[in-house]
Design a binder for this molecule. Structure first.
Ligand code: NOJ
Length: 549
């Protein structure tokens, strides 16, 4: 009954603070998720997705909303308890929903007992668990490395009279992965969750776990013209502070643990890096342990919304990987990025991205709320919760809160998310954008996602079929075929333009799904079809029958 990962139709990212609050404190929690499992899969009105990934729910001071972990093997009381989690896993598995958790290897919270001990002296058991260095003779930082949130990556510590390294907030000291005792402890953490039955991990910010042991200064970025020392993250080329020689060996150690349990995976968070070619980067990560681990593909996050840009990204990526071994994980949104509708310019554009993402090979990831068409929520300055905004005095930005607003379940007060005032304001568009309403609308976003996920579950061709680009259908069209042997063949044709386009498919066929799932365009005998602005279609080639599997 349990699905193999290769048969999983996709996974769903739950940002625990924002999904469903069960106890009326304005913050989402695990019991809230348990209450909504029927929505995820197995009920009459389910989204129908096979796996969930939780952003961190570990004990944490929440300086970076849980990405500052104070205990890797427990649940923060604001989200519930380990018993709640065990119940959740059991109930999820009963519906054949897989459960993935976030694994944050690069840094802990400065409240983690390891750091508390490490900072207490230069010769305690944990003194070498973090990256501590003496000041330069003039008292300045050991090198020029910068925090991703801006400013120096070094924080002076009065007690130890040394600096410690923090790639993210100063409340998130970097672990010293070159210390075997750190790696030993982190592997114990993986085993802890695997033994509880989790099916996989999303591994956070992995590129940083290996750094130049000599701590050489990073070179200034080519575009940096300033005279002063750079303080903005992008002003440096991060050559020595990440992606160092031991990155893949360390990830191999971790994934060997994952591989020692049946049917488990680890997905690496890694963004495109200008220091490396796309193939060097992806094939490097795929090379770690291809049977059980794979990187996200984030190329589409910064893509321009046009057929050339997105088509090139997909075609190059598919051409680079070995489809028999490498699983693509296409990702178009998450808790660090503007919502798809906001970023790509509107609802029609977001529907097109959905149709594309859920008809590409591999294991797609859907960010909670994208399936109902949530857009960025308006956040006033005084409502900002994301501390990364303030860490470098950048108070023009509201940071990442707009894409983290509460899930919109109903049009009621607080969008049915909580009985209390939510931790972030609910987007006022919940009057028109919510689960309850959309379940009853055949042409809603939710209807589109439900249909695509249903097709993806039913038809192996959409998950693992071969990928083949179709060219010459027009400059605003991105199109591809998926096939299995001689027997099964589908086409996906996507119109990236705000104008009608008539295209001729290589063969006639019938529409299995379109961006508006109630209103499919006609395909004539010669394969010609007129696509409306931003319309996409999934077409089954006539004379071929798909086999459900
Ligand atoms: C990536 C996470 O997605 C982001 O939210 C977090 O701030 C950093 N890693 C640090 O853990």
């Amino acid at each position: 009954m349990t699905k193999k990962w290769r048969d999983v139709n996709g996974f769903y990212q739950i940002y625990p603070r924002s999904f469903k609050d069960s106890n009326g404190d304005g913050v989402g929690d695990l019991r809230g998720v348990i209450d909504k499992l029927d929505y995820i899969k197995g009920g009459d009105n389910s989204l129908g997705i096979d796996a969930i990934w939780f952003s961190p729910f570990y004990p944490s001071p929440q300086a970076d909303m849980g990405y500052d972990v104070a205990d890797y093997c427990d649940i923060d009381p604001v989200f519930g308890s380990l018993d709640d989690f065990k119940e959740l896993v059991e109930k999820a598995h009963a519906r054949d929903i897989k459960v993935m958790v976030d694994f944050v290897p690069n840094h802990t919270s400065n409240q983690h007992p390891w750091f508390v001990e490490s900072q207490s002296s230069k010769d305690n058991d944990k003194s070498d668990f973090y990256v501590w260095r003496d000041a330069k003779t003039d008292g300045s930082e050991p090198n020029n490395w910068l925090s991703t949130f801006g400013g120096s990556a070094w924080q002076w510590h009065e007690g130890r009279q040394q600096y410690y390294l923090h790639t993210f907030l100063k409340e998130q000291p970097d672990l010293n992965w070159d210390n075997p005792a750190v790696r030993f402890e982190m592997k114990k953490v993986l085993r802890f969750w695997l033994d509880l039955g989790v099916d996989g991990f999303r591994a956070d910010a992995v590129r940083w776990i290996s750094k130049d042991p000599e701590l050489r200064d990073d070179p200034v970025a080519k575009h940096y013209k300033g005279k002063k020392l750079p303080t903005k993250f992008d002003d440096l080329q991060h050559k020595y502070s990440r992606f160092w020689d031991n990155l893949f060996p360390y990830l191999r150690e971790l994934t060997d643990i994952v591989a020692s349990y049946p049917n488990r995976i680890m997905v690496f968070e890694d963004y495109p890096d200008e220091n490396y070619s796309t193939s060097e980067q992806y094939l490097g990560f795929y090379g770690v342990n291809p049977k059980v681990s794979m990187p996200f593909n984030f190329e589409g996050l910064n893509a321009k919304f046009n057929a050339k840009s997105i088509g090139t990204i997909v075609n190059e990526f598919q051409g680079m990987i070995n489809p028999d071994v490498h699983t693509p994980v296409y990702c178009f949104s998450n808790h660090d990025q503007s919502r798809i509708i906001t970023r790509f310019g509107g609802e029609e554009q977001a529907r097109l991205i959905a149709l594309m993402q859920l008809t590409l090979p591999g294991l797609p990831v859907v960010y909670y709320g994208d399936e109902i068409g949530m857009s960025n929520g308006p956040i006033r300055f005084e409502e900002i919760q994301d501390k990364s905004v303030f860490s470098h005095g950048n108070d023009e930005s509201v940071g990442r809160d707009p894409e983290r607003t509460p899930m919109q379940w109903t049009a009621d007060r607080n969008a049915g998310f909580s009985a209390a005032k939510p931790w972030l304001p609910v987007n006022p568009n919940c009057q028109n954008v919510n689960v309850e309403l959309e379940l009853n609308e055949p042409d809603s976003f939710l209807a589109l996602y439900r249909r695509l996920l249903m097709l993806r579950s039913r038809y192996e061709i959409l998950r693992t079929g071969e990928y083949e680009p179709l060219s010459d259908l027009g400059k605003n069209i991105f199109a591809y075929a998926r096939w299995i042997g001689e027997e099964q063949h589908v086409f996906i044709v996507l119109n990236f333009n705000n104008a009608k386009h008539r295209v001729t498919l290589p063969h006639a066929g019938s529409v299995l799904c379109a961006t508006h799932p109630i209103d499919y365009p006609d395909i004539s005998e010669d394969g010609s079809v007129e696509l409306r602005p931003y319309e996409g279609v999934l077409v089954e080639r006539s004379k071929h029958r798909l086999s459900a599997k």
